[in-house]
Write a protein that binds this ligand. Structure first.
Ligand code: DGL
Length: 371
């Protein structure tokens, strides 16, 4: 594989969107294959440990270009450029990282003179679903955005990173991948970013969310179960509007986990720590104990929206038929981690309470209550 300087476009996109220190690698020259850029951020796919180490290894160590170099004949799939945005574990991502990655992806793919067919983001699996959901909501130029990762570092016996990255790059360069929103690729699965979740903390089939599955790979080549489609409940936001006034991060939204013996003081505490919005993962389909309602009403009265998601992975947090019967908003089919992202985006776009309720509840409300 031959690597050369980045194209002017890619270099400009990086300069505009990523931290000044982000090292840049790569560009191959071939005209009969698509151009794809891989943005490396860290995680297990860049991890190092012993051959038998699938838990105690160090994540985010080797450059993404080194992972790419281990893939045979990659240049028959795409002209691949690599951008090393960061090399860290995904639990260490902060809001400004997400903003940088969204801007970088958007500049690479959606600029009027873009020469890129698709973008791949490599990341630790722990927060892949949040990155993928954010990009799905913000990158709207019909080109594939693929988030991939691995559950075993490249040093482990039977590691999965190389194969996942090869499949992600192939998918990013594929015509078949257009118009399907952002997707997550791991373990031969193609999953819709809107619906996917990490389902297993340890094994290689960590993203086997059955409602999210839209396709797979054979011989590292992608296929889809359906013709081009987007998730019914998906909403999109304009990136420039979202980041108006040169915002470098999104509004602060915090999350509270529901349980027996729930302490509603956490809601008040979140507000006093500066939360601009709160997501509560309610038990079951988003049930809130009656003794917590006063605390919720109090923060909503202060202008802080409270969105309640379901705790089980499958199923919806169902809106109440009479929207005025609760000050909080039910998240519908949007899960807790993803509801946090939606709420951040809604707040960044200046949505009022009614607009936020419509964002989360609107489609389901019209489907089941015909409102
Ligand atoms: N903590 C991890 C991360 O999200 C490493 C594990 C992984 O990549 O699956 O970066």
């Amino acid at each position: 594989m031959r690597f050369e300087a980045l194209s002017t476009l890619t270099a400009a996109a990086l300069a505009a969107a990523a931290p000044a220190t982000a090292p840049v690698e790569a560009r191959q020259e071939k005209t009969d294959v698509p151009n794809v850029t891989v943005i490396g951020t860290g995680g297990t796919i860049a991890g190092v440990g012993s051959e038998f180490d699938t838990t105690g290894y160090e994540a985010g160590v080797i450059p993404i270009k080194t992972v790419m170099d281990r893939i045979p004949d990659l240049d028959t799939r795409a002209n691949v450029s690599a951008i090393q945005y960061s090399n860290k574990a995904s639990e260490a991502f902060v809001s400004s990282d997400m903003v940088d990655i969204a801007k970088l992806t958007n500049d690479l793919l959606c600029a009027p003179d873009s020469d890129q067919a698709g973008v791949v983001i490599t990341e630790g699996t722990d927060t892949v679903e949040e990155t993928a959901f954010l990009l799905d909501s913000l990158i709207n130029c019909n080109k594939p955005v693929i988030v991939t990762a691995s559950m075993r570092p490249g040093t482990a016996v039977s590691s999965d990173g190389q194969g996942n990255l090869l499949e992600a790059i192939t998918l990013a360069g594929s015509e078949k991948a257009k118009g399907r929103g952002a997707m997550v690729v791991l373990n031969d699965r193609i999953q819709s970013a809107f619906y996917t979740s990490k389902m297993n903390a340890n094994n290689m089939d960590a993203f086997d969310e059955k409602n999210a599955e839209i396709g797979g790979f054979l011989n590292y080549e992608p296929y889809f179960y359906y013709t081009q489609a987007q998730p019914t409940f998906k909403k999109t936001f304009n990136l420039d509007e979202t980041l108006k006034n040169n915002a470098t991060s999104l509004p602060k939204v915090d999350m509270i986990y529901g349980s027996q013996d729930f302490d509603s003081g956490l809601i008040t505490a979140a507000a006093s720590l500066g939360s601009e919005g709160i997501v509560i993962q309610g038990v079951g389909e988003g049930s809130i104990p009656s003794f917590a309602v006063d605390a919720i009403n109090e923060v909503v009265d202060q202008g802080i929206p409270v969105v309640v998601s379901a705790k089980p992975i499958y199923g919806a947090s169902v809106p109440m038929e009479d929207a005025s019967s609760a000050s909080y908003i039910k998240s519908g089919y949007v899960k807790a981690a993803q509801a946090k992202v939606y709420l951040e985006l809604a707040l960044a776009n200046g949505y009022n309470m009614d607009q936020i309720r419509e964002l989360f509840e609107g489609d389901l409300r019209s489907a089941i209550f015909h409102q």
